[in-house]
Write a new protein. Structure first.
Length: 166
């Protein structure tokens, strides 16, 4: 079947198998490997992307259901070479260790901050409760999201992406 999906603001038309999962569409068809594939059961949350701004576990979502919707992956968070405040917060507050859960955590955090720009620690923990991190103990992730809340977009918080990666 043919699908047209907008991913990170760019429209993609592909011929796919009807049973293709969104995680595989993103990784294998589009080469967007920031979306990780962990458990295949919706338990770990590493595969979270945003569909129309709502966090969605892409390992149990058919790619065909994304047709006509806007999908955002971690690659789509930075704009014009400037990191999203959530990405910058993870850098500033050391919100990652192995990095496997990080893309899903960042997208969940972005959705939370879009809905609630000043969440409490409890609200942050509740938002990320559907995701597993085996390395951090969550405290640095929570601090990273709080950093992003305290440095919203437009406040000059985001650093150029090349500075963070070097």
């Amino acid at each position: 079947m043919q699908v047209t999906v907008s991913v990170n603001g760019e429209e993609h038309v592909r011929e796919i198998e009807p049973r293709l999962l969104l995680v595989h569409f993103l990784r294998d068809e589009l080469g967007l490997t920031g979306t990780h594939w962990g458990c295949d059961t919706s338990n770990c949350g590493t595969c979270v992307v945003l569909m129309d701004g709502i966090p969605l576990k892409s390992c149990t979502t058919l790619a065909a259901t994304a047709a006509g919707h806007e999908v955002t992956t971690v690659e789509g968070m930075e704009r014009d070479g400037v990191l999203d405040p959530v990405q910058q917060g993870f850098h500033e507050e050391h919100g990652l260790q192995c990095g496997f859960c990080t893309p899903g955590m960042m997208l969940t955090a972005r959705a939370l901050l879009n809905e609630n720009p000043d969440p409490s620690e409890h609200e942050i923990r509740e938002a990320i409760s559907g995701q597993i991190c085996r390395c951090t103990g969550y405290s640095t992730i929570v601090r990273s999201i709080r950093w992003a809340a305290e440095h919203p977009a437009g406040a000059g918080a985001g650093a150029p992406a090349e500075e963070v990666s070097s």
